[in-house]
Design a protein around this ligand. Sequence first.
Ligand code: PLP
Length: 395
Amino acid sequence: MAIADKVQGFIERASWIRKMFEEGATLREKYGAENVFDFTLGNPAVEPPEAFRVQLLELAQRPLSGMHRYMNNAGHEQTRAAVADILTEKSGLPVAARHVIMTCGAGGALNVILKTILNPGEEVIILTPYFVEYKFYIDNHGGVPVEVWTDRETFQPDIEAISAAIGPKTRALILNSPNNPTGVVYPRETLAALGRMLEQKEKELGRQIYVISDEPYARLSYDGKEVPSIFACIRNAVIATSHSKDLALPGERIGYLAANPQMREVEQFMEGAIFCNRVLGFVNAPALMQLLVAGLQRASVDVAEYQKKRDLLYNHLSALGFQMVKPDGGFYLFPKSPLADDVEFVKQAQKHNLLLVPGSGFGAPGFFRIAYCVDLAMIEASLPAWDKLAAETLS
Ligand code: PLP
């Protein structure tokens, strides 16, 4: 075999999104793009905010000397300072530029953090349903994922279950709020309770346990729902995030990691993470994007547009009898599959040119995911197909 057995195995295990993507291409060819309703990918259909284009044009017309060169592996000082300002404002803690590293997206940040903290065989707890890449990222750095289910009705963290899964090899817990795939937001009390439980466990086990807060959807919340500061609730917390969703720049690979200034041995952690950003081959986050996002820390895509899409789909599907948690953020819905076999259900949906991802792809059989970061017109056009699917599968 031309590739490592492990990689081949991973490719086979993670083939859902790719399968659906290929299926979409076939259906589009056969029926025309306007008749295929593809809800599979978290790739925002909206454009970045106008302020992004204005600044891009400005830099293109009046380039700064040396703006395309290498810089400190942690990133441009002014960008890190702009990120630190907003985190200070949100957490009430003195986050400084030295606590921030610009990264190649949230994926880059997660890999840098995991490489920095994991010894071989150490465990990282992930909450089911989970973002599918976590297991691969953990494996990249010799770690072992440990799955813990969230509450199966609310998808909120089950603190007792997490506590029970913590042992002498536990090194980290990954949280993702607003969540992909469920859209739920973890409230402040839950995070604070988690923080207290972890402090206790750290004392018992005599080791540091990190919370890695993966939060690329943090600016996308609805009905004024608060997305609390993880730093305000958990001491050993590191944020991994990006502007892939809030500024609709996923292809530009710009994000950051930031450590709670109160974390134990934070300076050593940052030194390790800067080194890992370098030796993972990222070297530094894209220079031009760093310059652009420095001035956009308070900007975001139009959240009201996403809320409109959520409301339309949630209301329509609920009226049809689909059961799901109403998402407070992100751009996903995660309803129960009306058929016991979620893969079968997704195949049935395909017959109506509706492309969905089975919950099995997120470690959660019996559910399916809808990504509604698509054009509103597509959602509207898809409603009759949902009606037919409901008539066939819900009784
Ligand atoms: N984490 C979650 C929960 C995501 O949904 C995504 C992307 O969809 C990422 C991380 C990766 O984001 P990025 O494109 O910034 O690497």
